[in-house]
Write a protein that binds this ligand. Structure first.
Ligand SMILES: Nc1ncnc2c1ncn2[C@@H]1O[C@H](COP(=O)(O)OP(=O)(O)OP(=O)(O)O)[C@@H](O)[C@H]1O
Length: 569
């Protein structure tokens, strides 16, 4: 409910349109009922053969009502839709602004299809909040109350019957429908998110599923989920149709009752027969405004669930602080890690890690698979927040440094890098918009990607590149940036040894005025590093230069012996 209140505050920003919508909605309702009522009166009056001029004036008035109804209805639609689309725009912007600083951690917690369904589907769903939940009840009650008061002048019984009809269609039927909605366990939103997440995974993993002959099995699961979603939608629609039908049935009974009471009053001489048709027509027309009330609970429940789904993404996250930072400079920077621990859920993967990367130093982090190297890397680039301990850059805690700032001063190459559909040029320009073609070609040369032209096409996710070529292109992208911290997570693992040595030589040259931290599986070529950090089971087990570690004959020395024995066996 708190989420819906937040949505209401966003909706209320469009006060002007909301007021206009409500006023024109009420006017359209009152004029519509007057038009019907007046038609009934004119029919009765015409039967008494009044002078022609009386009929002419009455018909002219009817025409005027007709035009006024069309104009007010148009204005109501115009302002309500204008408000809806502006509110939808505001919601999208608000959601995006809230989500953007949280994005790295959000991406790790949600399946991509689920996130997409929430961003697109749930925001879209909220368009009904104003259009079907927020203002129709106001119009309904205002129009009904006015009608009840008006009919009171003619017949207490008719007025009372309309009041009962209003209570039944405006309160009882929607309450029953809301109760039924609550009993529908699986919400369409949750099922849609699941379906979207499963479909995305199916498409991403299609090739592997095919290789392992599991396409049919996965397809069956998807079909099952899709059926569940369709039946949830059907049940929801059935519930809405049922309450609309009940509303209609009640309105018909009320109209019969109005007719009966009217006839009874006329026979007793308490009501002029001239007004009977008018009252019946009013009774028939006023229930038009009860129809949206029947759908009210469905849309209310939809909006509640959608807002809860949306806010659950933001509510789960600790918002990353974004104070302005003056710590990052265009010169090599100190990076200090103190007593850093990190857990994925309740699984500890880093335990009390303390290391220093002094300004301009070159560090390699090595260790067996799963020792926590990449996790440390992700904490250094602020993709995760530490469970405890600190990371500081130039004596400023990383929590006080803007993520965008950090990334603009850092050259990052991850284990898996993303490439977009487009040309080699487009993908390189991501790192530096202002790079000239000469600089782009030099970057390609530096990573030994001679065979590729700037206009060569790259498919989505770099599908038409080999693993090594993807790493080379990612390095070329990093070479185009002028960062003062280099953070590389196994950037050469798929390159051949010769290319690796050439790229490392180029990297050493390019990063000579920067702090370089790189994670490596291979132990060759680490002699030129200022320090080597050896990790095992989430802890730092050794730190020192190559010669220090080799003479110590500890963990690193042992790893090196194993590597040698594999290479020369
Ligand atoms: N997103 C995640 N959720 C849960 N556990 C994770 C996640 N990512 C990594 N882990 C676990 O954390 C531990 C450390 O992983 P990490 O990727 O940091 O190791 P690594 O030393 O970089 O390994 P490698 O050399 O194979 O890349 C591993 O046991 C891994 O299973």
């Amino acid at each position: 409910m708190r989420n819906l209140l937040t949505i209401s505050t966003i909706v209320l920003k469009e006060k002007k349109d909301i007021v206009y919508t409500t006023i024109f909605g009420i006017l359209a309702g009152l004029i519509g009922i007057s038009l019907f009522g007046a038609s009934g009166y004119v029919i009765s009056k015409a039967a008494l053969i009044p002078p022609l001029y009386t009929l002419t004036v009455m018909l002219a008035l009817l025409k005027l009502f007709g035009i006024a109804k069309a104009v007010t209805k148009y204005a109501e639609r115009y302002y309500s839709h204008r408000a809806t689309f502006t509110i939808l725009g505001n919601l999208r912007v608000r959601f995006f602004e809230k989500l953007e600083p949280l994005m790295p951690s959000v991406l790790h917690q949600y399946r991509s299809g689920d996130l997409l369904a929430r961003i697109v589907g749930d925001v879209e769903n909220l368009q009904n909040f104003f259009l079907r939940v927020f203002y129709p009840p106001i119009v309904f009650f205002f129009v009904f109350i006015s009608t009840i008061f008006f009919t009171l002048f003619y017949s207490v019984w008719i007025s009372m019957t309309l009041a009962i009809g209003m209570l039944l269609t405006g309160v009882v039927v929607p309450m029953l429908a809301a109760w039924r909605q609550q009993r529908l366990k699986a919400s369409t939103q949750e099922l849609r998110s699941e379906l979207s997440a499963e479909t995305t995974e199916f498409l991403y993993g299609f090739r592997d599923l095919k290789v392992h002959q599991k396409v049919g099995e996965k397809q069956g699961k998807l079909t099952e989920l899709s059926k569940l979603y369709l039946s949830a939608q059907a049940r929801k629609q059935e519930a809405e149709n049922a309450s609309q039908s009940w509303s209609l049935v009640i309105s018909m009974f009320v109209c019969w009752a109005v007719t009966l009471f009217g006839v009874y009053d006329v026979t007793r001489g308490e009501l002029d027969g001239l007004f009977l048709a008018m009252l019946i027509m009013i009774g028939l027309n006023v229930f038009e405004y009860a129809v949206p009330m029947a759908a009210f609970p469905t849309h209310f429940e939809d909006s509640r669930r959608s807002s809860a789904q949306l806010f659950s993404i933001m509510g789960n996250q600790k918002e990353v602080k974004k104070p302005v930072s003056a710590v990052l400079q265009d010169e090599p920077m100190d990076v200090e890690v103190r007593n850093l621990s990190f857990a994925y859920g309740n699984r500890n993967v880093l335990d009390d890690v303390s290391v220093t990367f002094s300004a301009g130093s070159k560090t390699a982090i090595v260790g067996p698979s799963g020792s926590g190297k990449s996790t440390l890397f992700q904490l250094l680039v602020k993709l995760y927040e530490p469970t405890s301990g600190t990371i500081s850059i130039n004596q400023e805690f990383l929590t006080n440094v803007e993520q965008e700032d950090l990334w603009s001063y850092t050259n990052v190459v991850m284990q898996e890098n993303h490439f977009f559909y487009g040309t080699v040029r487009d993908n390189l320009l991501l790192a530096n918009d202002n790079a000239s073609d000469i600089e782009l070609k030099a970057a390609l040369q530096a990573v030994e990607l001679h065979a590729h032209e700037l206009d060569d096409r790259i498919l989505e996710k770099g599908e038409n590149l080999s693993g090594g070529e993807r790493q080379k292109l990612a390095m070329a992208r990093a070479f185009l940036k002028k960062g003062r911290i280099w953070l590389l997570d196994e950037p050469f693992s798929s390159m051949d040894l010769l290319t690796e040595q050439k790229v490392i030589a180029e990297l050493t040259q390019k990063a000579k005025d920067a702090t370089l931290i790189f994670i490596s599986h291979r132990l060759a070529g680490l002699e030129r590093m200022d320090q080597i950090i050896v990790m095992d089971e989430g802890r730092v087990v050794e730190v020192g230069s190559f010669s220090e570690l080799m003479s110590k004959k500890g963990y690193f020395y042992h790893l090196k012996q194993v590597e040698k024995s594999i290479l020369f066996s």
